[in-house]
Design a protein around this ligand. Structure first.
Ligand code: HAM
Length: 419
């Protein structure tokens, strides 16, 4: 086949008609589960102010320094959102959602954009579903958030997952820990990778996230954040674990789990799948108790998660889980001649008004070719409409699967199929 003149950008994919049914099925599961957990949907613009994202996620993170699709127009600085937590918090502050009372339990679905190097499970436009509880400090909120995330995977049929948790501390614990880390890495600074040497200056916690081989022996022996938690933060973390135990949600503590976004405080978690390869995080999240204030609101604790939809489908494929239903149509009107075609067009709408999905030939195919097309469309029934049928007012309704036929008026066909 000839090379097409235009193609999608690197790392951006079309979701084709053979794939949309599984997306819709997943979206249905997400909406239903979120409803049962009493979450409300929020939709924010794809474009946000660059400063919101830079301040929200952290000026020194990989996302902000290397991966933003950003541009200017006049005095305005736009960025394609790389994630949705900062936008949701912005919406919470902008619209004073706290005035609705209680906690704001919000969820979302949609495309996110990061200019990363594309590989399996890593795209430049990808989709997330996620949820945030804004206004709750209690560990019960952290755990309900994890439960929502895991319930969605369970309902999809992905159960072979591993939940990793950690506490990344509050600012006080983190200050003490940062000092311990600096003291630990300083004597071996020149043995660390370039990227870790940079992080040493800016954000030593992120050294723990390094995948560079030369860093690993040092990371293995580095002090652990969990040894530096103050009493309040340690107690919060202990209660998160207790609730997870009570709910029977298995987890593994990973004291090296530091997430790639700077807003996290206290609880951090990630859901890993062995079916994903190198990019093995299905989803992740945690607490971000300082973000609402950072974005200009009143101090408000919050916790949330987001999960990658493309990665979920990669796991489905590995596990032979098929969420899509084969396409089908209730009835195909096979027409012979112009009279029949105008009649069919008119009567299609009557069928559809009765919630019967219906289609016809638009390109003047022979009867044989139309029957073949009805098969390809996976039609449950077909009728042949010609001058004889129109004169008699009776049509042969063919059950395509069973190859059974019945002679009926059009009204009787509508009654049968609608019933
Ligand atoms: P995140 O870990 O950056 O967290 O992204 C969450 C999930 O999005 C990842 O686990 C992964 O499944 C998917 N993902 C991220 N980048 C890509 C990519 N380039 N291609 C494909 N999938 C990707 C957040 O975004 C936070 N907003 C989560 C959160 C919500 N924290 C608190 N509330």
């Amino acid at each position: 086949m000839a090379q097409p003149k235009f193609t999608t950008h690197l790392g951006m994919t079309d979701i084709l008609p053979d794939e949309t049914p599984q997306w819709r099925r997943l979206e249905k599961i997400i909406h239903k589960t979120a409803r049962e957990f009493n979450f409300e949907e929020i939709r924010t613009p794809i474009l946000e102010q660059t400063e919101l994202i830079a301040r929200g996620i952290g000026e020194l993170t990989d996302i902000v320094t290397k991966e933003m699709f950003a541009f200017e127009r006049g005095d305005d600085h736009y960025v394609l959102r790389p994630e949705c937590t900062a936008p949701v918090v912005r919406a919470f502050v902008q619209h004073h959602l706290e005035q609705r009372g209680g906690t704001q339990n919000l969820y979302y679905l949609g495309p996110m954009f990061r200019a990363e190097r594309p590989q399996k499970g890593r795209q430049r436009q990808f989709h997330q579903f996620g949820a945030e509880i804004i206004g709750a400090d209690d560990p019960a909120a952290d755990v309900d958030m994890i439960a929502l995330m895991m319930t969605i995977y369970e309902r999809v049929g992905i159960t072979n997952t591993q939940l990793k948790i950690n506490s990344v501390g509050d600012p006080e614990s983190r200050k003490a820990y940062k000092k311990a880390l600096l003291d630990f890495f300083r004597p071996n600074l020149e043995k660390l990778s370039d990227i870790s040497q940079k992080r040493f200056e800016n954000n030593p916690l992120r050294i723990l996230d390094s995948k560079e081989e030369e860093d690993q022996p040092f990371i293995e022996n580095a002090p652990l954040i969990t040894d530096y938690l103050n009493e309040e933060t340690a107690s919060h973390y202990a209660r998160v674990k207790k609730h997870l135990d009570d709910l029977g949600i298995p987890y593994e503590e990973d004291p090296h789990l530091v997430r790639g976004l700077d807003y996290y405080t206290r609880t951090a978690f990630e859901l890993i799948s062995p079916d994903l390869g190198a990019q093995d995080a299905l989803g992740g999240g945690g607490r971000y108790d300082l973000l609402v204030e950072e974005v200009g609101g009143q101090p408000t604790p919050a916790v949330g998660f987001a999960a990658g939809i493309e990665r979920l489908f990669i796991a489905c494929k590995e596990l032979d889980i098929n969420l899509s239903e084969p396409k089908s149509v209730d009835i195909y009107l096979v027409t012979i001649g112009d009279n029949a075609r105008s009649w069919a067009l008119k009567h299609l709408s009557q069928l559809r008004r009765n919630s019967i999905s219906a289609t016809m030939d638009y390109i003047g195919r022979s009867v044989k070719a139309q029957m073949k097309d009805a098969d390809r469309e996976n039609a449950r029934y077909s009728i042949i409409v010609g001058d004889n049928e129109l004169n008699e007012g009776k049509f042969t309704l063919r059950n395509m699967k069973k190859s059974e036929e019945q002679s009926l008026t059009f009204e009787a066909i509508v009654d049968k199929l609608a019933g």
